[in-house]
Write a protein that binds this ligand. Structure first.
Ligand code: DGL
Length: 271
């Protein structure tokens, strides 16, 4: 038995972890942020895949049987290869899950106009993962995407409340709505973006809902554990929480506590 692993390139996955832990507090969790190599959003497919596999292996080595990629970029660029090619070789009894599929599964039920928008990193948008997944679950829904390459650096540097930061955010939202004025539901397809959710709600018309992924992923994990008792049995239940980062822990702890909305005391890992 071991903790449930939660991985992100940096801080964003902490927004998902907070919701997972709120709905499934009984389990142990091990969070890994690859802050030293973040952001992943503008990196190539091969690099994101290599880094993500390395992180998954690290979490496996530390006893996790189930790992959640709480990062859209890693889910878009690495998940399928890890599930199909790597797991059968390196750990046939372990599982890795992502955040794109659970979000795509519910998106169709959240929109009335049947027009949705995705705000995400360049990597996630270019992968077309949301378009392909949504087509499977809700082919009647029209989807438009907008990449927001500046948002992760702006948010990580705590500049999202500044005038300059807000200008970048406004510009990308405007671009998305110009692509399709009928959009009534916008998914924050990057786990960093919940930090700007209330600002987005303040600049968008009332009929447009802004959806973040934390609760969706938490519900999907809860459902997964019910449907897979053999995996559930592998997850230890002492309610503990540990953080790992590839960056300096001092820097990580300070910023991570904002994303997690609670105290963070991380351990440094060297690859
Ligand atoms: N949080 C990651 C995501 O959900 C992106 C952050 C990054 O660019 O590293 O896509």
């Amino acid at each position: 038995m071991g903790p449930i692993g939660v991985f992100d390139s940096g801080y964003g996955g902490l927004t998902v972890l907070a919701d997972i832990r709120a709905s499934l507090p009984q389990y142990d969790y091990l969070y890994l942020g690859d802050n030293a190599r973040a952001p992943y959003g503008t990196r190539s497919f091969d690099v994101v895949y290599d880094y993500t596999l390395e992180a998954v292996q690290e979490l496996f080595d530390r006893g996790c049987s189930l790992v959640i990629l709480a990062c859209n970029t890693a889910s878009a660029k690495a998940l399928r290869t890890i599930q199909q090619n790597d797991l059968p070789q390196i750990a046939p009894n372990k599982r890795v899950l992502g955040v794109i599929r659970p979000s795509a599964e519910v998106l169709g039920s959240l929109t009335k106009s049947k027009h949705v928008g995705i705000l995400a990193t360049e990597g996630t948008v270019k992968s077309n993962s949301y378009v392909l997944e949504l087509e499977k679950f809700s082919p009647e829904v029209t989807i438009h995407q907008q990449s927001c390459p500046m948002w992760v650096p702006i948010i990580e540097n705590n500049r999202h409340d500044s005038e300059a930061g807000r200008l970048f955010i406004q510009e990308d939202v405007k671009r998305l709505l110009e692509k399709d004025p009928a959009i009534d539901t916008i998914l924050l397809g990057c786990t960093h973006y919940p930090l700007v959710k209330s600002y987005l709600e303040s600049i968008l018309p009332n009929h447009i809902s802004v959806i973040s992924q934390g609760k969706i992923v938490a519900e999907s994990l809860s459902d997964y554990l019910i449907r897979h008792p053999e995996m559930e049995m592998e997850c230890s239940k002492n309610g503990s929480l540990q953080f790992l980062t590839s960056e300096n822990t001092h820097v990580f702890n300070e910023k991570a506590s904002v994303f997690y909305n609670g105290p963070v005391d991380a351990v440094h890992i060297k690859w």
